[in-house]
Structures are given as structure tokens and as C-alpha cells.
Ligand binder design. Structure first.
Ligand code: SF4
Length: 365
């Protein structure tokens, strides 16, 4: 991925002394640091700039997180949920996909923030994991940021991974479109860390996944973490329909399974492009040339726009067929899809979110 060079790093006073601050200082010696008493960044502070959301990605804030770190993934109303938990150690992302839902979700608070109180994060997770020892937690860190894109600068994952690798009832997923894996390679994940890549053909990456790693770079990074003992996940999501999509997606799968050992794959997810009317408005302003604005979509009961259901089902069936040829027993699930679509694609739908969560968490511990 492109090197991240923020214009400045703004540090809340009591974050000085945190390991993340020290890592940023080491990694960004040429970037000016500014110190403030209190960070209260709203888009108001960014007004006057043509592309406030894009501009927000160029300034990095380091502050304590004042709320809870661990929460249940909100999922989407009426869709089959996979019982996933999320830890938010940062907010916003240095990359800039045209379809990114953060453009809407973080519209009122777009600042690129990293949270410095790593100790509080671990204490909170520890209390929850100990209180529910009988529950198996799948925890992701890529809900409102990319899990690894800032890792060369913040070293956040390096700070938290050793704790999670020791916990018997957790699987930590790091989800990324970057190739920033260098700092992970000498850590021992003890079989409890999945590095999951969001995948698309190079044509889609070039058109709509700005500043992310190329397809080949993602796959080479996946190969490196696999060799270092990590489990892998792939999220073919959002799948984009266009003339000739089948050729590109089939070739991407061939390249994927020629590069990594599918037996190290914990799961594969599939999902099609989804957005909202509000997100489309933002996309029109920020990425007016994107082809994603031209395809036909229908409004679904959860308020999201998706391709017409028969087209989604056909795309999923096609992908499942190709994946099964290369990786016959890998776990495949659909992200944010209805029971109806599950049944048409797989011939069944999980009876409840716990069933799907357990299937995905059951990795032979
Ligand atoms: S990598 Fe993910 S979080 Fe970052 S801009 Fe793209 S979709 Fe958004």
C-alpha cells in the first residue's frame, strides 16, 4: 500500500508516554507533532476544506478512548448475523475506498484517531473474557478502521496480540486491505489470530480501492503470515458486478489458491456491494467517476441498497462453485445476507447467530 505520511500528528497531553506515542515518534521522525489538552474534533473543525472526509485522513490524532473498546458487531437488521465482537483501537482509515461505509458512519466525526490507552483495552477485554469463560469470542479489530494499515507507525497490534494469543476462549481477527505484516512475523499467534484480507480483482482495486495494496501484494503478505503461523481469512467483499466480472473473479481465486495453502484458511466470506442513499450522495461528490454509481440496486428491508436478489444469488453460487473446486471443505459464509439468500446459495441457513458463530469459531482448539 502507499506509504502513509500525515501532515501532522496531534497528541492529547495524557497520551504522551504511551507505547503508541513512542512508536509514532520513532516511525515518523519527519512529521511535526502538536500537543493539545483535549481533542474534540468534529467536522466543524474541518469545515472550509473542499473534501473534509479526505482531508481528515491526512492528520493523525492520538488520544485516550473514553468509552468501551469491546462491543458486539451491530450486523444489519433482518440479515443472518455471525455473532462477532469488535474492538475499536482506531477510528477512520488512511486508505480511501470509494464505497467505504465510514464516509457515512463517521460523517460527523471523521478525524483519523488512534487510541493510546492500550492498557485499558486489555483490562476491559480481560474482564469480559474471564467473566464468560464458557463463551468462545470471535473478535475483530477492523470495524471502523483497517486493522493493519497504521501498524508500521502505531505498533498497536504488536502491543495487544501477545495478550489475545494467550486466551483460551478467543480468536482475534485482523482485517485489512494492506500488506503491513512485517511487525507480526516474529510474534507467536498460538493459533488464535486470523489475518483476514478483503479481496477484489486488480481492476476493482485500481478503480475503487484507492491507496490500498495490490492484489499480488495482499496475497504475498498472506503467504508470509501463513508461514509465520497465523490462520488466514479471505473476504471477497464487496463483490462488484460488471461486464466480464466472472473472468476477473475466477482469475483472482486461481491466484489466491495458487499462493496460499487453503488448509490454513479459517473462513471465506462473500458479500456484494451494499450502500445507502446517503453513502451514494457522498460517493457522487467524492468519486464522481466511479462505475459503482451506475449499476442497478434495490432497497432492502435493512435500508441498504444491494443488487437484485437473483443476481446476488447467481454471483454467490458462481463464487462458491469456484472456491469449492480449489478448497473443498473451507468454511464459507455470506456477510449481511438474508436467510432466503442463504437457502438459495447453500440449501440451508444457520438456525441462529450462535450456530454460525460456533461453526466459524470451531477451529479445533
Ligand atoms: S480499507 Fe476499509 S476502512 Fe479503509 S477506506 Fe477501504 S473500506 Fe474503508
Amino acid at each position: 500500500m502507499q506509504n502513509f505520511q500525515p501532515e501532522e500528528v496531534i497528541v492529547e497531553g495524557d497520551s504522551v508516554g504511551s507505547p503508541i506515542y513512542q512508536n509514532l515518534r520513532r516511525a515518523l521522525p519527519q512529521v511535526p507533532f502538536r500537543f493539545v489538552d483535549d481533542i474534540a474534533v468534529k467536522n466543524g473543525a474541518l469545515s472550509g476544506l473542499g473534501d473534509a472526509f479526505g482531508s481528515a485522513k491526512k492528520r493523525l490524532y492520538l488520544a485516550k478512548h473514553k468509552g468501551e473498546f469491546l462491543k458486539k458487531c451491530p450486523g444489519s437488521e433482518g440479515q443472518v448475523c455471525c455473532n462477532y465482537f469488535v474492538i475499536n483501537f482506531a477510528s477512520n482509515c488512511p486508505m480511501d475506498c470509494s464505497y467505504c461505509y465510514l464516509q457515512e458512519y463517521l460523517a460527523d466525526n471523521a478525524a483519523l484517531k488512534v487510541f493510546s490507552n492500550v492498557g485499558d483495552l486489555i483490562d476491559e477485554a480481560d474482564a469480559t473474557l474471564k467473566k464468560h469463560r464458557g463463551v468462545f469470542f470471535r473478535i475483530g479489530t477492523g470495524e471502523i478502521t483497517d486493522s493493519l494499515a497504521l501498524e508500521p507507525y502505531t505498533g498497536m497490534v504488536r502491543e495487544i496480540l501477545p495478550y489475545f494469543a494467550e486466551q483460551a476462549n478467543v480468536l482475534l481477527e485482523l482485517k485489512t486491505k494492506s500488506d503491513c505484516v512485517d511487525t507480526l512475523l516474529d510474534l507467536d499467534p498460538k493459533g488464535r489470530v486470523v489475518v483476514g484480507w478483503s479481496m477484489n480483482p486488480q481492476r476493482v482495486i485500481d478503480a475503487d480501492e484507492h491507496a490500498t495494496a495490490s492484489l499480488t501484494a495482499r496475497l504475498n503478505a498472506a503467504r508470509r503470515v501463513q508461514d509465520a503461523g497465523y490462520r488466514l481469512g479471505f473476504h471477497f467483499d464487496p463483490m462488484i458486478e460488471y461486464s466480464g466480472w466472472e473472468i476477473d473473479y475466477c482469475a483472482m481465486l486461481e491466484q489466491t489458491f495458487a499462493t496460499i495453502d487453503w488448509r490454513k484458511l479459517s473462513w471465506v466470506s462473500l458479500g456484494v456491494l451494499r450502500d445507502t442513499l446517503g453513502l451514494k450522495r457522498t460517493m457522487r461528490q467524492r468519486f464522481p467517476r466511479s462505475q459503482l454509481l451506475t449499476g442497478e440496486q434495490v432497497l432492502c428491508p435493512d435500508g441498504k441498497l444491494r443488487y437484485y436478489q437473483p443476481l446476488r444469488v447467481a454471483m454467490y453460487r458462481q463464487m462458491v462453485g469456484w472456491i469449492r473446486q480449489a478448497a473443498p471443505t473451507v468454511k464459507i459464509y455470506l456477510c449481511m445476507e438474508s436467510r432466503e439468500v442463504w437457502e438459495q446459495v447453500f440449501g440451508y441457513a444457520p438456525s441462529c447467530e450462535k450456530e454460525l458463530g460456533n461453526q466459524l469459531g470451531n477451529l479445533g482448539f
